[in-house]
Design a protein around this ligand. Structure first.
Ligand code: PMV
Length: 360
């Protein structure tokens, strides 16, 4: 697939001002993306659950500029407070996507954004934030070019979100999204995320994700650095091949509803992600002692009760506890009585599978 299809050519409308607003969720990968090529092309395919409660709400107001249009012009507010430290990331994003959105320098943008989860929760807001921003920009393009179809709109929004933050391209739709070309997933490609196109067993409907906030501080090593450390990593090839194999396996698991196999695959993926960090050069560890305490408690509880509780991790110390809706009462009780003590200030977020972004 070629990215030039996302260049629309001449717009049919002209605009002087307007606005666009979207809310877009976070997502949690089951098979992880870790390692990329140039232009945010993933080294391996990944699949994620779209979340429901953890989301970013963004509104952009735009106004035609007079005079010099050689630079981007925007201001950004988080919770109605000016946020100049967001500028470099947005500037980089605009530079990457300008070739696909030729109107970017013609307007001044006022961007208001807020997250439903605390900014300092250690939950990455890049997936929800970049996807919400990409969708707002696409809504402006749609106003300039109303003939744009719904499917082209969503594909291009995911394509643009990817250029902001790779995993952001998996946040637009739900309940499962695949990003990265895989021979057994029809339509899958490296340029944008696609809604998982096959049957999913009822066991996974409304799957729960309780996010235990173990460490709310800034990460010591960013994802960008982590991805780059996969270049020349001694286990890179094995890891990328394993991810391809795990996508094939999870396709069967999602169809059969085999929770035991699901748990084994998802936990192995989480630990492999962190093993890649620990075996890169330089090496680093993002898990904290309480991350390990929680993992061990989950394993003991699972052994004692036989309940299908599992965990996954993103690039940080927080633990995502995953379980079917029908076991929610017992598992939430266990989380509250045994795991919350390991969370910073006792903080955790009850989330579940969601269905993607919404225009507001
Ligand atoms: O989208 P990025 O560049 O922040 O990378 C995210 C990587 C992981 O969250 C660790 C895995 C994934 O697939 O989401």
């Amino acid at each position: 697939m070629n990215s030039t299809r996302f260049k629309l050519g001449k717009y049919t409308n002209t605009l002087t001002s307007g606005s666009a607003s979207w809310s877009s969720p976070s997502n949690i990968a089951l098979v992880k993306y870790w390692g990329k090529k140039e232009h945010q092309i993933p080294e391996n395919p990944s699949i994620s659950f779209t979340l429901d409660a953890c989301k970013t709400i963004t509104e952009i107001k735009f106004e035609k500029r007079e005079g010099d249009q050689s630079t981007f012009s925007f201001e950004v507010f988080l919770d109605d407070m000016p946020k100049p430290d967001f500028h470099p990331k947005i500037e980089t994003f605009f530079n990457r996507i300008e070739a696909y959105l030729p109107f970017l320098k013609e307007f001044h943008f006022t961007i208001h954004t807020q997250n439903t989860f605390p900014h300092s929760s250690g939950i990455a807001s890049s997936a929800s934030g970049m996807s919400a921003l990409a969708l707002c920009l696409m809504s402006i393009e749609k106003q300039l070019h109303p003939a744009l179809s719904d499917s082209d709109f969503i594909q291009k929004a995911s394509f643009l979100a990817r250029l902001g933050s790779g995993s952001a391209c998996r946040s637009l739709e739900g309940d499962l999204v695949v990003w990265g070309a895989h021979p057994e997933i029809e339509g899958s490609n490296d340029l944008f995320g696609v809604k998982y196109p096959y049957k999913v067993h009822d066991n996974f409907k409304n799957y729960q994700d309780t996010i235990l906030l173990v460490d709310k501080g800034e990460k010591q090593v960013s994802s960008t650095i982590g991805h780059n450390l996969m270049h020349g990593h001694p286990f890179a090839k094995q890891r990328f091949d394993q991810a391809v194999g795990n996508i094939s396996k999870i396709k069967n698991i999602l169809e059969s509803g085999d929770l035991e196999a699901f748990i084994a695959l998802v936990e192995s993926e989480a630990l492999t992600l962190h093993a890649m960090m620990m075996t890169s050069m330089p090496y680093f560890i993002l898990m904290k002692p309480n991350t390990l305490e929680i993992i061990n408690k989950i394993w003991s509880f699972r052994q004692e009760t036989g309940l299908p509780i599992s965990f996954t991790l993103d690039a940080g110390a927080n633990v995502h506890v995953l379980y079917p809706e029908k076991n929610a009462d017992q598992i939430l009780e266990f989380i509250k009585s045994q795991l919350v003590a390991y969370c910073q200030n006792g903080h955790y977020i009850c989330d579940k599978i969601g269905f993607g972004a919404k225009q507001s």
